[in-house]
Design a protein around this ligand. Structure first.
Ligand code: COA
Length: 268
């Protein structure tokens, strides 16, 4: 399959254009809720985006006007009631898929175009960055259903926005307007609905114009460092700083600055 040809999935749209893989969860009649087969397909799509050398970044979004992803499929979850082993296995499976996204080694942006609830919010939290339209609503409403987040959200939200925010979102189960999600740092950039696409593309373009290895190192550093104490994290930073200094991109970036021209990075 050529890098630019669309891949075919039942519940996803997958297309590569201009080095960006766009993955769209496509169950609009169910608010793009994540059933088991959709999560399985997401795993394959993340593998494909990782393996495809023409893909430099990923945009993840939801089909239709109303939802990014309104959570795990509650009908399927109900079938797990009373079955601790089945539910724990499902959580572990979903966590594994979401971890693939987080460890893609390429920047990913969740473009939150509507409801991002429960598993949908957790999916967005697994991306490198998040943009949202002002009409989006986010939250972890699992406690309203008598369960808790199961796809890594309790851990990622606490790391991204702090334990106070994670406790508020998990314990109240409230839905938060995108403005509030932006205020607490869950959403990086907020746009009017009609500007969401362009604003997200512009953010990605800015990232893709930078030294590719430096971007990769920066992502790895934050990801690996967030479980470390400050001293260990600084040791890791030192190591990456040294690695960056060995790249041709560093010479090119600094020469371009001195010569007052735009850098032509090669990712080497
Ligand atoms: N799982 C399964 N189906 C879902 C779903 C989910 N998480 N979220 C929405 N749907 C389905 C609805 O059941 C409905 O299906 P139907 O037309 O066959 O009845 C369809 O999507 C449209 O949803 P509806 O509730 O009618 O739309 P709305 O605009 O009134 O409300 C939401 C939108 C997102 C507020 C509401 O659907 C909702 O609260 N969803 C559940 C959110 C949640 O708790 N997620 C966490 C799961 S762990």
């Amino acid at each position: 399959m050529s890098p630019d040809s669309p891949m075919s999935y039942e519940n996803l749209l997958y297309a590569v254009e201009g080095g960006v893989a766009r993955i769209t969860v496509n169950r609009p009649d169910k608010m793009n809720a994540l059933n088991f087969s959709t999560i399985t397909e997401l795993g394959s799509a993340f593998d494909a985006a990782k393996a495809d050398e023409s893909v430099r970044a990923v945009i993840l979004t939801g089909s239709g006007e109303k939802a990014f992803v309104a959570g795990a499929d509650i009908t399927e979850l109900l079938a797990q009631a009373g079955n601790a082993k089945g539910a724990a296995d499902l959580a572990a499976f979903g966590q594994g898929v979401f971890r693939k996204l987080e460890h893609l080694g390429k920047p990913s942006i969740a473009m939150v175009n509507g409801f991002a609830l429960g598993g949908g919010c957790e999916l967005a939290l697994s991306c490198t960055l998040r943009t949202a339209s002002t009409n989006a609503k986010l939250g972890l409403p699992e406690t309203s259903l008598g369960i808790i987040p199961g796809y890594g959200g309790s851990q990622r939200l606490a790391r991204i926005a702090g334990p106070g925010v994670a406790r508020e979102w998990i314990l109240t189960g409230d839905m938060f307007p995108a403005e509030e999600a932006h205020r607490v740092g869950v959403i990086n950039r907020l746009f009017a609905p009609e500007d969401l696409e362009e604003g997200t593309q512009k953010m990605l373009k800015s990232i893709l114009a930078k030294g590719p290895l430096a971007v990769k190192f920066g992502m790895e550093l934050v990801l690996r460092g967030w479980d470390m104490d400050q001293t260990s994290g600084e040791a890791l930073e030192t190591e990456y700083f040294g690695k960056a200094a060995e790249t041709e991109d560093m010479r090119e970036g600094m020469s371009a600055f001195v010569e007052k021209r735009r850098a032509a990075f090669q990712g080497k």
